[in-house]
Design a protein around this ligand. Structure first.
Ligand SMILES: Nc1ncnc2c1ncn2[C@@H]1O[C@H](COP(=O)(O)OP(=O)(O)OP(=O)(O)O)[C@@H](O)[C@H]1O
Ligand SMILES: [Mg+2]
Length: 63
């Protein structure tokens, strides 16, 4: 199987009073294409920036 699994556990990210992600837990399976869908401004980029380490979540882990 190619690719790596990504495990997100309890991801929580806010900007001041604006809570963007709250206690998100999911696994992106290795060897699959995963898609993140949602309206503008709902947190897709914040999620991906957290995934690659550009943003630091208040709580949670991404491995
Ligand atoms: N660095 C930041 N400081 C403060 N607020 C931010 C910051 N980055 C994102 N936000 C806010 O977080 C929310 C989610 O933004 P994000 O950019 O993740 O949306 P998106 O789903 O990627 O939208 P789009 O589809 O338009 O790209 C928005 O309300 C945005 O204003
Ligand atoms: Mg975006």
């Amino acid at each position: 199987m190619t690719g790596v699994e990504v495990k997100v556990e309890g991801l929580t990210k806010s900007f001041g009073p604006a809570n963007i992600w709250s206690d998100v837990t999911l696994t992106l399976p290795a060897g699959e294409v995963s898609v993140l869908l949602g309206p503008s401004g709902t947190g897709k980029s914040v999620f991906l920036k957290s995934l690659i380490g550009l943003l630091k979540p208040e709580r949670g882990s991404i491995v």
